[in-house]
Design a protein around this ligand. Structure first.
Ligand code: SAM
Length: 350
């Protein structure tokens, strides 16, 4: 980190022979300066070979003890998670990193000012968002290579999770620049942890497409997935998206988390139809931020396949195909597309 490295560099350069009466004394002086591993070893090796060996042993001992060695802080990109609402969720390690790096690449520098004030840091910030990430990447990678550590943050939660940063992280990895995750809040994981839906296997789908047809097509492609499905959703589309999910997936168990960690946090469970109805009837304010979770296709539902044919046949005898399929979806929980296809086959056969 820039500040520490400068102090450390000055400190090691000021080590005198008197400081190095014994290897231990020499190392103690160097450690006090938080010198980077490389600089320490280079500089110390000019004093005596035995001191170098002792320094390496001291560093290894720190690594073995599980403590991050203060001497090995080479410049890096720190990918720092920030709170998704409650500022109390920032971790002590995130604060330390954000205060110590040379610059913070932030999705929206104005938005992140509030967090910086909260943690009492005035580290310089530069913007890195979807529209300028490509042009920023080269500059930031070069800067880290010159020895400045950089932190990447987004407006809320974990960078790269439906947020900018992918190109920067990829470029750093390609250039063998150290990338250090500093984990913390993520809305999807927070919601899943409180939903009471199967969490042993899940798939994160991010935001659904904004237009109805594309959204339903995306949902259709997920019909057979047995894992819990996680989506991010905006307040403008929460009602229509839940209704589309109800139409495509049938009456599956679902849950949404709204305004997690904030004053108006709410977590609601029910079938997709029930949750969609909350918004249709204005029972739930469609304000705020949402994570929607839907249980995956269950084996039990597949087991109904045999009787679904009989059911469809009976319904088709009484109703037009679209109505027959609609009722069959409600009764069996099987995907609408699958039942529609089967209804067509049955009609063709009769
Ligand atoms: N990177 C973030 C993360 O780690 O969760 C997600 C950023 S994405 C641009 C923003 C979306 O995340 C929102 O539209 C909403 O779907 C979800 N989200 C963020 N904060 C949330 C919160 N406090 N409660 C519920 N959903 C939230």
């Amino acid at each position: 980190m820039r500040g520490s490295a400068v102090t450390a560099y000055n400190s090691i350069n000021s080590i005198s022979v008197a400081d190095c009466e014994t290897p231990q004394k020499c190392i103690k002086t160097a450690l006090a300066g938080f010198l980077s591993n490389t600089i320490l070893l280079q500089r110390v090796s000019t004093i005596t070979e035995s001191i170098k060996t002792a320094a390496e042993t001291a560093i290894e001992a720190e690594i073995d003890s599980g403590v991050e060695p203060v001497l090995s802080k080479a410049a890096a990109l720190y990918v720092v998670a920030t709170p998704i609402g409650n500022l109390g969720d920032i971790s002590p390690r995130a604060i330390e990193v954000l205060c110590d790096v040379a610059v913070i690449a932030a999705e929206d520098t104005r938005h992140s000012q509030r967090l910086m004030q909260h943690i009492g840091c005035n580290t310089p910030m530069m913007s890195l968002h979807d529209h300028n990430e490509r042009s920023r990447v080269e500059q930031l990678v070069a800067r880290i290579q010159r020895g400045d550590s950089v932190a990447l943050i987004s407006d809320a939660g974990t960078p790269l999770i439906s947020d900018p940063g992918f190109q920067l992280v990829r470029a750093c990895r390609a250039a063998s620049v150290r990338v250090v995750p500093v984990p913390g809040a993520c809305a999807a994981i927070a919601a899943l942890s409180a939903a009471g839906l199967p969490s042993d296997r899940f798939t994160f789908e991010g935001f659904l497409p904004s237009t109805g047809a594309a959204r339903r097509k995306t949902l259709q492609a997920l019909i057979d997935d047995p894992r819990t499905l996680l989506f991010y959703e905006s307040p403008h589309r929460i009602g229509t998206s839940l209704q589309d999910m109800a139409d495509v997936f049938g009456p599956r168990e679902a849950c949404f988390g709204r305004e997690l960690t904030k004053r108006h946090e709410s977590i609601r469970s029910g079938t997709l139809d029930e949750l969609a109805a909350l918004f249709a009837n204005d029972k739930e304010p469609n304000k705020g931020e949402f994570v929607v979770m839907v249980s995956g296709q269950s084996k039990q539902q597949n087991d109904l396949d045999v009787s679904a044919d009989a059911l469809l046949k009976a319904l088709l005898a009484e109703l037009p195909p679209s109505k027959a399929v609609k009722v069959a979806v409600k009764l069996t929980g099987l995907p609408r597309a699958e039942l529609y296809e089967r209804a067509q086959e049955l009609n063709d056969r009769s």
